[in-house]
Design a protein around this ligand. Structure first.
Ligand code: CP
Length: 310
């Protein structure tokens, strides 16, 4: 099965999602070896084009490309001619002229990677576009859940916080419902999109009820930078009603895992003793990110019939 771009989860079939997750298992093992490098993408060029800040996604795509022996170049808006007013299309056309194999793009405008894919002969990976999707985050989240729980089908996953502005929530809802999880969402009504039930989730107003019996509790960051107006009274009030502390977490299954895509607002949506506690899978998510991004680069830029490790 060949795949040209990874733009969203919504248009990926179940078989394809499982292919990404299974391939990531191979690269997870590579990342735990003493020598964490394979020749798979030797001679290929990956450009990471980040128009928004990132720690985890950008670093893990760079490490993923380097572990696959690709040549990796990082471009950010502040250090490029974007800061002089060059358009997105001109930027991409100029990078295209250097013949990259893969463009990894993060942009504040929903749909930017789809636009680039229409004008690019390179494979395009969406590393987060506005409030739309963050497909590799959902894949690494599913990978983390599958490793912790053995399977995704039949699990109860509670996603809580600023659902409206979260591309992570949208990608996870598409992926987890497709793989057979029961997905609950919870947050202030001002941060839960009207009609989200149509995506196959149930909406909860009460956080303790949303967490009751859950196998996975996924907390989301309040995205103040995407809010045009104030959507909650104070951080203290938000934390009191929707922050994950040990008391609320005790409603979940005893072996439930806690997830957060990062960056965290400690003391707002999650208490430090939960973020750093025994049920936290937050750093497991970060480790999974490298394996999932290696799998993504291999599936998009590897030669037909090429095995993952050669
Ligand atoms: N989860 C995530 O996208 O983190 P970064 O913004 O640091 O890449």
């Amino acid at each position: 099965m060949s795949v040209r771009h990874l733009l969203d989860i919504e248009s990926l079939g179940t078989e394809r999602i499982v292919q990404f997750l299974d391939t990531a298992e191979v690269f997870f093992d590579v990342s735990r070896r003493k020598i964490r490098k394979v020749p798979t993408l030797r001679g290929k060029t990956v450009i990471n084009l980040f128009f928004e800040a990132s720690t985890r996604t950008r670093t893990s795509f760079e490490i993923a490309g380097k572990r696959l022996s690709a040549d990796v170049v990082n471009v950010s808006s502040s250090g490029s001619s974007v800061s002089k007013g060059e358009t997105l299309l001109d930027t991409v056309k100029n990078l295209e002229a250097m013949r990259p194999d893969v463009l990894v793009i993060r942009h504040s405008s929903s749909g930017a990677p789809h636009f680039i894919a229409k004008h690019s002969s390179a494979s395009v990976i969406n590393a987060g576009d506005g409030t739309h999707e963050h497909p590799t985050q959902a894949l690494l989240d599913a990978f983390t859940i599958r490793r912790a729980k053995g399977a995704i089908r039949g699990l109860i996953v509670t996603i809580a916080g600023d659902i409206t502005h979260s591309r992570v929530a949208r990608s996870n809802i598409h992926l987890l419902t497709r793989l057979g999880a029961t997905v609950r969402v919870c947050g202030p009504r001002t941060m839960v999109p009207h009609g989200i039930e149509q995506l196959g989730v149930s909406v909860f107003d009460d956080f303790s009820a949303a967490v009751e019996g859950a196998d996975v509790v996924m907390m989301l960051r309040i995205q103040r930078e995407r809010m045009g107006e104030v959507l909650f009274p104070t951080a203290r009030e938000y934390s009191r009603r929707f922050g994950l502390g040990r008391r609320v977490l005790s409603n979940a299954k005893p072996d439930a895992i806690v997830m957060h895509p990062g960056p965290m607002n400690r003391g707002v949506e999650i208490d430090p003793d939960v973020a750093d506690g025994p049920q936290s899978a937050i750093l497991d998510q970060v480790e999974a990110g490298v394996a999932v991004r290696m799998a993504t680069l291999y599936l998009l830029a590897g030669e037909a019939g090429q095995s993952p490790l050669s």
